[in-house]
Design a protein around this ligand. Sequence first.
Ligand SMILES: NC(=O)c1ccc[n+]([C@@H]2O[C@H](COP(=O)([O-])OP(=O)(O)OC[C@H]3O[C@@H](n4cnc5c(N)ncnc54)[C@H](O)[C@@H]3O)[C@@H](O)[C@H]2O)c1
Length: 417
Amino acid sequence: MAGINLSDRSKVLAIIGQGYVGLPLAMAAVDAGWSVLGIEKSASRVEQLNSGLSPVEDISDARLAKAIKDKKYVASNNPSEVANASVVTICVPTPLDESRNPDLQLLESATRDVAPHLSSETLLVSESTSYPGTLREIIIPIVESLKSRDVKDLFYASAPERVNPGDPVWDQKNTPRLVGGIDDNSQKRALAFYNSICDSVVATSTPEIAEAAKILENTFRLVNIAMINEFTQLCSTQGINVHEVINAAATKPYGFMPFRPGVGIGGHCIPVDPLYLTWWARKRGLVASLVERSDEIANQMPTYVAERALAIAKGSMIEPKVMIMGVAYKPGVGDVRETPASALRAALVARGAEVAWVDPLVPLWEDTQPVTEEWDCDVAIVATNQPGLNVNSLLARGIPILDCTNNYGDQTGVELL
Ligand SMILES: NC(=O)c1ccc[n+]([C@@H]2O[C@H](COP(=O)([O-])OP(=O)(O)OC[C@H]3O[C@@H](n4cnc5c(N)ncnc54)[C@H](O)[C@@H]3O)[C@@H](O)[C@H]2O)c1
């Protein structure tokens, strides 16, 4: 393909899916000397990428444009290009379906798209998050049934991505990478590949261990977030400042890790991955009851926050005006996927409120435009502490604020969760 040097297949990487995971991986691989084919289904995203415009915050336009100019990166929507690569990684979304069960359709169709085009001696890695057994039970059977007849020696591994969008410290290079190959040869190749990109690679004895570890990491976060949100509600009924409690507990030098309350859980990982675990348990006739309960508590939190805010606005008003400040699922990113602000807005509207929002990093949210901080409201909720939020402009006008982020508690007129 035009754009990059394909003459040395051993240094050509194809990445399926060019989003929050696939594009940063592509740039890390370019830095490590790979020529990268970014295989992307969305034609408009391919066009955007090849114009040097990055769709994700963690990759600057300048970095992408340089990789293109140096002929080290090109995006394409033609999956047959994987024939040029010695390593193919799958980085497509693994969401939930309408029943909140794992939806592997995109992963399966991406696998079907590339399987017939893989060359002999190719390493295929899944980086997408999924339940243990996905590589062995879903991906490999699809490839083995669709691969070209004369193709020999395909190698398979799971290496779940741990990227944390917006994190200024941890990225693809310096975050230790779990790698689980299906057999010794696969493991050897997968370790060599990730060692060429990452500072630290951790071998697991099977792909299932790597897949399960990724699910454990995010389930650990869900359970602890739910626990602190429940604890916050208990403290609030007794007038106890939960943040002081957390700070006090965190002075213990061992055995405690502070988690903070908030509007709920958001993003593509914490609200989703633990449900891959609960589904996986139920498929085996078991119930991951603590995880299921944590999911319920986390999902009730936006309603609790809405009621707290409306109480501040003196619930007797007919149609209180409420401003949500920060609607992305976490600070520093414009990503509104699975943001708990959606459930917060719905809970406020269901209780008769007129709701508007501001977020310096989000131009459009669920087909609605932001207002400015000048919007006249009865109460504001700081849901996500986005850089650039102007809380002072509301306080100066005497508008009470419910701060769910523990950033403005020392100011008059601000109530913390
Ligand atoms: N975003 C995160 O913070 C994060 C962190 C760790 C792991 N993960 C996991 O990584 C995986 C990818 O997530 P993401 O956030 O990068 O998703 P994303 O939505 O940002 O990007 C995925 C891209 O894949 C493309 N795509 C879908 N099907 C395709 C196909 N058949 N061929 C080519 N391209 C296709 C989509 O158009 C999209 O551009 C998921 O399993 C997710 O759980 C995400």
